[in-house]
Design a binder for this molecule. Structure first.
Ligand SMILES: C[S@@+](CC[C@H](N)C(=O)[O-])C[C@H]1O[C@@H](n2cnc3c(N)ncnc32)[C@H](O)[C@@H]1O
Length: 240
């Protein structure tokens, strides 16, 4: 039998030593929320009824994903992230456990949220095959690693293969939201998406893409970019 080919991953998977509470969250709580290989992505994955499905690719520390899921209890959120420390941070946000806290006997979601997040702690490109056509209502790809050097351009997540997969997974009328603060990636993304006939850019004037959308949640990464003088752009594309 042919083994599926594992795509080469170029970012970080492990960072500084993960502190104790985070380690326990990863070993004891993550398995409850983890999407298994071969498991099909649909609305029945969650511990609560949901009527839409959103996906966040490369959720980093999880601030955006955790807050979107809290605000929208009727939407099921799939988050994909390879960086373990980021996954652990998301778990602190959704359980309300602080790193310095003594861990409770049983770890549960914090009281202000429902069971509407599932986590894929691996390379998003491997998850695409588990998502049936026209399943997702929205995809967030926020501040993807820019890989600014020309010789690394083939590592950029926005590329024809991934655009085709995202288009396939989105419902007609669904939204792909891409944000970036890097000048190379801004031009790259606009150019790649201009060549994607499956999508139309929803912007009608400059304000649409220079300013945060109304349902936006800032992340640490974005605040750092702003502090360093890099202005992000916010691009919403609709699946035709
Ligand atoms: C620059 S960070 C931005 C994080 C977050 N979206 C934010 O705005 O704070 C990009 C993230 O994408 C993750 N990433 C890159 N390629 C990925 C892939 N193929 N699958 C899952 N995560 C990926 C990285 O590990 C990193 O955490």
């Amino acid at each position: 039998m042919n083994q599926p080919q594992t795509p080469k991953f170029f970012g970080r998977r492990k960072g500084r030593t993960i502190r104790c509470a985070k380690t326990v969250l990863l070993s004891d709580f993550l398995p409850r929320l983890r999407i298994q290989d071969e498991q099909q992505i649909d609305k029945h994955l969650f511990g609560t009824p949901v009527d839409k499905l959103y996906l966040e690719i490369g959720f980093g520390n999880g601030e955006h994903l955790a807050e979107q899921a809290r605000r929208n209890p009727n939407i099921g959120f799939i988050g994909a992230e390879v960086f373990q420390n980021g996954v652990a941070n998301l778990l602190t946000l959704i359980t309300g456990i602080k790193i310095k806290d003594d861990l409770p006997e049983t770890i549960t979601l914090s009281a202000d949220r429902v069971d509407n997040i599932r986590i894929y702690d691996n390379d998003m490109r491997l998850l695409f095959k588990q998502i049936p056509d026209q399943t997702l209502d929205k995809i967030f790809l926020l501040f993807p690693d820019p890989w600014p050097k020309k010789r690394h351009a083939n590592r950029r997540f926005v590329n024809p293969d991934n655009i085709a997969q995202m288009a396939r997974c989105l419902k007609k009328g669904g939204i792909l939201r891409i944000a970036t603060d890097h000048k190379v990636y801004k031009h790259w993304t606009l150019q790649q998406m201009r060549n994607a006939p499956q999508f139309k850019w929803t912007a009608t004037c400059g304000n649409d893409w220079k300013h945060e959308p109304s349902d936006w949640v800032q992340t640490k990464y974005q605040r750092k970019a702003l502090a360093e003088g890099r202005r992000p752009i916010f691009l919403d594309y609709q699946k035709i």
